[in-house]
Design a protein around this ligand. Structure first.
Ligand SMILES: [Zn+2]
Length: 269
């Protein structure tokens, strides 16, 4: 038994590199897209995703109302990092932002199996082989964006409390507030390491719409309370009226475009 499991381990790790390489060579599309999970090939041989510095980071961050979205970033060089899964190399966290609309079903950008959600959160990372986000955008392997679909429920999700308190301070465009890295801690550690996700090569969903993104979108939606959503919807844009909708419509899949459904093998960590 011992030697058998050893063999399996060796062959699994051999496959891992080629899986990520295969994904890196897939044709890119414009994003977001509507995805049918049943039509996606299912892969379970990828390495687990590794999120570093998300839960054990004492850096200070800043939350800004950009007039288009709520945008969280760090003002220190110590930033979370993402690797594993479909990614080759390490990607550095740059910013987190949100998309939403006026109702609970059209606020997401990606659509999974025809299901609409209240909002979508994007965690944007750039490839550490480039100097900055700006330097990475022109490259096909430049960015990795983790997407979460947010489902509206009655009860507030306490994991969002810190972030929501920040939102109360930035109702007006260009307003900002200092916020600790704990405002990223709403991500469930177990779910990000073991949860299923879809991955594909796509684009930014805001100008310049560059096709530089490896998308990683978790299948399991994260719950957010209606009142918490209300605070997102109260953020004001440049015209001093609430930002009603900051969602790009789904784009057509080009011919030969693939989305991979990834079932993560339970991490040994
Ligand atoms: Zn986005």
């Amino acid at each position: 038994m011992k030697s058998k499991s050893h063999c399996l381990k060796v062959s699994a790790s051999n496959t891992v590199a080629s899986d990520a390489e295969q994904i890196s060579k897939l044709r890119a599309s414009q994003s977001p897209i509507a995805i049918s999970l049943q039509r996606c090939p299912t892969w379970s041989s990828l390495d687990p995703l590794v999120f570093k510095g998300y839960w054990d980071n004492d850096s200070d961050g800043i939350l800004v109302n950009t007039g288009q979205t709520a945008y969280f970033t760090f003002d220190t060089p110590s930033r979370p990092r993402l690797s594993g899964g479909p990614l080759i190399g390490e990607y550095i966290f740059e910013q987190m932002h949100f998309h939403w609309s006026v109702d609970d079903f059209t606020g997401c950008e990606h659509v999974l199996d025809g299901h609409g959600y209240a909002a979508e959160c994007h965690l944007v990372h750039y490839n550490s082989k480039y100097q900055s986000l700006e330097a990475a955008v022109p490259h096909a392997d430049g960015l990795a964006v983790v997407g979460y679909l947010l489902e509206a429920v009655d009860a507030p999700n306490p994991n969002f409390d810190m972030f929501i308190e920040g939102l109360e301070q930035i109702k007006k465009p260009d307003h900002s507030v200092a916020l600790s890295a704990e405002s990223l801690a709403w991500m469930n550690r177990e779910d990000v390491t073991n949860g299923s996700y879809v991955t594909y090569k796509g684009s930014l969903t805001t100008p310049p719409y560059g096709e530089c993104v490896t998308w990683i979108i978790y299948e399991k939606a994260v719950q957010i309370g209606s009142e918490q959503l209300g605070l997102l919807r109260q953020l004001e844009g440049a015209d001093s009226v609430p930002i009603e909708r900051n969602v790009r419509p789904t784009q057509r899949h080009p011919p030969g475009h693939s989305v991979i459904y990834v079932k993560q093998v339970k991490s040994k960590l």
